[in-house]
Ligand binder design. Sequence first.
Ligand code: 5RP
Length: 221
Amino acid sequence: MNAKQAAGYRAAELVKDGMTVGLGTGSTAYYAIERIGEMVEKGLRIRAIATSNASEELAVKYQIPLVKAAEVGHLDIAIDGADEVDPQMALIKGGGGALLREKLVAINSSRFVVIADSSKMVPHLGKFKLPIEVVPFCYEWTLRQLEARYPVPFEQRMREGGKYVTDNGNYIVDAAFGKIDNPAKLNEELKAITGIVDHGLFVNIASTVIVGYEDGRTEVK
Ligand code: 5RP
């Protein structure tokens, strides 16, 4: 068992009969979904909302019953990966481009469980480039605003064949802050810029962090 699998499987144990569950995105969340799928096959009764088209496909593959947000008041638990986790449990997320749905699901869950291999635990956030989701309309202006405010490199995320487009039809700009001294302040500042839909800083959202190690051990914080 690898570190991501250990963390994902450990988090799946928190899912109980009758819960409504947010399913994260990425290679660590994959393992949680896989294990939840096995539990459903053995009779666990849950409903779930996926944070990306990829995770939705996975949920369908594992026959995890999916519901629409409109059918659900609040989620009992959401389980998702992270790109960086600091000692205060502030996160950078969105490496897989799903940050908006991930944040929506996380903030509407009673418990947001982050699953991460130990390499994701950092003393401070910012080495991983911060993903910022921007609307395509006049995105050049939004980028210019960002560049004027912060003296750090920004690059528009690309993929083969052109610009990277999120499941919501937006673009991603990755910001190389290097070290983010005050994640809460940056969170507020970025949210206030017109053109930015959301960004990958998750401050005061995580309830629990499950760290997985290569020897299969897990640690719950
Ligand atoms: C996707 C995310 C992922 O949770 C994050 O990138 C971690 O991915 P992985 O588990 O593959 O390392 O935020 O938008």
